[in-house]
Design a protein around this ligand. Structure first.
Ligand code: FES
Ligand code: FES
Length: 175
């Protein structure tokens, strides 16, 4: 087993991992962050997208030991304190979420796009989300949500959680 250290959503975390464990497996199974989804496991669908050291990656294709010492952000880290982020609210307001399985990856890709290109064209949004598949076919609504944030529309959602951070589900303690 190898001990790895991560800065995960701004917090120092550690885990004991086998050399063949993927970052996806460690995030979900060892560190308790199940927002990142496991789907194709071959880098085709984008459901497992996280940010690693400033760039989004398919966490099913990254070995956990490769992320040792790195900075990782998952969908759980996108929220704005106790509230959803404007991007998360936009997905709700625009009806972009059906089954929801692809949404964590879509949010991570959209967040990355808006960091790099704050006011993307329609084509740039399409390109930025091209690696994320949605089996429910919500592409129009997802792109609408991203474009609404880029356009600076103020979106407030009644579904924004009101619980204090301490009342939200917390990951297990380090192992
Ligand atoms: S589960 Fe990683 S890209 Fe599909
Ligand atoms: S909302 Fe169901 S797969 Fe995208």
């Amino acid at each position: 087993m190898n001990q790895i250290e991560l800065t995960l959503n701004g917090q120092a975390r550690s885990a004991s991992v086998d050399a063949y464990h993927t970052l996806l497996e460690v995030l979900r199974d060892d560190l308790g962050l199940t927002g990142t989804k496991e789907c194709c496991l071959v880098g085709e669908c984008g459901a497992c997208t996280v940010r690693l050291n400033g760039e989004i990656v398919d966490s099913c294709l990254v070995l956990a030991v490769e992320a040792d010492g790195g900075e990782v952000t998952t969908v759980e880290g996108l929220r704005d304190g106790p509230s959803l982020s404007p991007l998360q609210n936009a997905f709700l307001e625009k009806g972009a979420v059906q089954c929801g399985f692809c949404i964590p990856g879509q949010l991570m890709a959209a967040d990355d796009l808006l960091r790099r290109v704050p006011h993307p064209s329609h084509e740039e949004v399409e390109e930025g989300l091209a690696g994320n598949l949605c089996r429910c076919g919500c592409y129009y609504q997802i792109m609408d949500a991203v474009e609404s944030v880029a356009a600076g529309e103020v979106i407030s959602s009644p579904q924004t959680p009101t619980a204090a951070p301490s009342a939200l589900p917390q990951p297990p303690v380090d192992q």
